[in-house]
Design a protein around this ligand. Structure first.
Ligand code: ADP
Ligand code: LRH
Length: 484
């Protein structure tokens, strides 16, 4: 089988991408793209999981129409969100979206019972209000007890397609329930949640075959014969697999989509008190690696502004307007919890600027500029922190994901962080997903070779740092904003 399809579903959009390896070059063909987002109903936020499953079927039908009769298939999505199944394998309830507000205050409530340093020593996972640990704690107790199986979103999509229940390990680590020592779910954390180990499936590593798409689906929808390969199902895990290696240069990455995930790949986790204080995470990667990184609020900020100003403004247009607006006029502390799901992002940004005595951004260009300036400054701060925690200086920053399309943000990042930025590939997540399939197929020896191929196949745009006028003053303003 030499046809490989990646299903990559982010919080804002999903796609099915066909990867072809020919003469040492990998090329991508987008078979199907669809939008994604959660909807708010009666005060709760849910994903439309059936719509997402249907879109996979639409994409596979499209693949068949393109003449693909046999392929392998890997799936990745965003992390932390879960699906409860009853004993018959049916979904118990809709799937909460991680921005749902039922976890507000829960992290603090749990911290009063479970010391956060114990949890961090065990799991190495950063404190985020939406970690599965907190979501499950906030979930209706009775309903949880009824759950025969708890799968994460991509696990569930594999199950719907192939019938096998797994908990894929890169994504499972984002539950904040895996123990770094034992390599399995932590029994103490499970009993804290009144859960049994059997309610989770066997932990499964990227690269395993999960059987074939069920015959009944193939016949009903006229699909290709697809072998399911366990991808690094956490989209960020796949994105980092898709980052081309920088030979001889010390590099950090930003996986830039709905979130900006800034970090490095390590062979060993760093779960010491300093890393905990800085709230860096150690998510499990494929092939025995860890992603030591920080979640930054990311392009969610501009996605929400765009939703409100109207989608007639494309992302490219908003970036263009931002480029025409005055730089560093108003700044926001992008990682403040107020921006996680404010309902009206424009009003929230304006309020934050007014409260800190800065000019209030009025136009779409001013709002976008405020976001991009603030993101670039936060990248600088977290990069410095990363260097201190890892004890390694970073020469070059590699930006992958949809955000690599945003030339203004890439240039601002280079300028403010004072490092070269290499941008691309924009589809690194699909590429990382495909890399695991290519390694499974034996077409590529290992991840180092896959990354070299990706580097040779997709040109990266380079941004050289330019001097920032009155940088010291700007950094003082940025600092003051965080003590406001
Ligand atoms: P996710 O996987 O989290 O859904 P993506 O990696 O697909 O996110 O990135 C989507 C983001 O990429 C958009 O929110 C947008 O900010 C940015 N983006 C995509 N295309 C462009 C473009 N042409 N110009 C500027 N930004 C873009
Ligand atoms: C990015 C991402 C990120 C998680 C968040 C839930 O899509 O998977 O790595 O922290 O979504």
């Amino acid at each position: 089988m030499n046809k490989h399809i990646a299903v990559d579903i982010g919080a804002s959009s999903g796609r099915l991408v066909l990867g072809t390896l020919q003469e040492g070059k990998l090329s991508l063909e987008e078979i199907h793209r669809f939008s994604n987002g959660f909807t708010e109903r009666d005060g709760s936020c849910f994903w439309d999981i059936d719509y997402l499953f249907d879109q996979i079927i639409v994409g596979l039908r499209q693949a068949k129409a393109l003449g693909i009769t046999e392929c392998t298939l890997g799936i990745d999505t965003w992390a932390v969100d879960y699906v409860l199944l009853d004993a018959a394998g049916s979904r118990i309830k809709e799937v909460y979206a991680y921005r749902d507000r039922r976890t507000e205050g829960v992290m603090e409530e749990v911290a009063a019972i479970l010391p956060p340093d114990t949890v961090y020593a065990k799991t190495g996972i950063q404190q985020l209000t939406f970690n599965t640990l907190y979501q499950l704690y906030a979930h209706d107790r009775k309903e949880l007890a009824q759950a025969d199986q708890i799968l994460l979103v991509p696990d569930y999509l594999y199950y719907r397609l192939g019938g096998r229940k797994i908990n894929e390990v890169t994504n499972a680590s984002t539950t904040q329930l895996l123990n770094l020592q034992t390599g399995d779910f932590d029994s103490g954390l499970l009993s804290f949640l009144h859960l049994r180990r059997e309610q989770f499936a066997p932990l499964t590593a990227p690269g395993e075959s999960l059987g074939f798409v069920q015959e009944s689906l193939v016949r009903q929808y006229d699909l290709p014969r697809c072998q399911l390969i366990c991808a690094a199902t956490h989209d960020t895990a796949s994105a980092v697999l898709g980052v081309p290696v920088q030979k001889g240069r010390s590099a950090a990455y930003i996986s830039s989509g709905t979130w900006s995930l800034l970090g490095v790949e390590l062979d060993q986790p760093i779960n010491d008190p300093k890393a905990m204080a800085a709230n860096y995470t150690n998510e499990w990667g494929a092939y025995g690696t860890y992603r030591f990184l920080k979640n930054i609020m990311g392009l969610w900020l501009i996605q929400e502004v765009r939703r409100l100003v109207g989608e007639r403004y494309s992302f490219a247009e908003l970036a263009r307007l931002a480029g025409e607006a005055e730089g560093f006029r108003s700044l926001i502390p992008c990682n403040a919890p107020r921006f996680l799901n404010p309902g009206n992002m424009i009003e929230e940004i304006r309020a934050a600027c007014a409260e800190s005595g800065q000019p209030v951004p009025e136009t779409p260009g001013q709002l976008a500029r405020c976001i991009f300036d603030s993101l670039a400054l936060s990248y600088r701060s977290y990069l410095q922190e990363l260097e201190e925690l890892t004890g390694t200086a970073v020469e070059v920053l590699q930006i992958v994901g949809g955000g690599a399309n945003n030339g203004l943000l890439c240039q601002l990042t280079a300028d403010v962080a004072g490092r070269e930025v290499l941008a691309g590939p924009t589809e690194s997540t699909a590429l990382g997903n495909l890399a695991v399939q290519l390694i499974h197929a034996g077409s590529v020896a290992n991840i180092a070779e896959a990354r070299a191929i990706i580097g040779n196949s997709f040109p990266m745009a380079s941004y050289t740092p330019r001097p920032v006028p009155q940088l010291e003053e700007l950094l003082d303003r940025w600092e003051a904003l965080h003590h406001h």
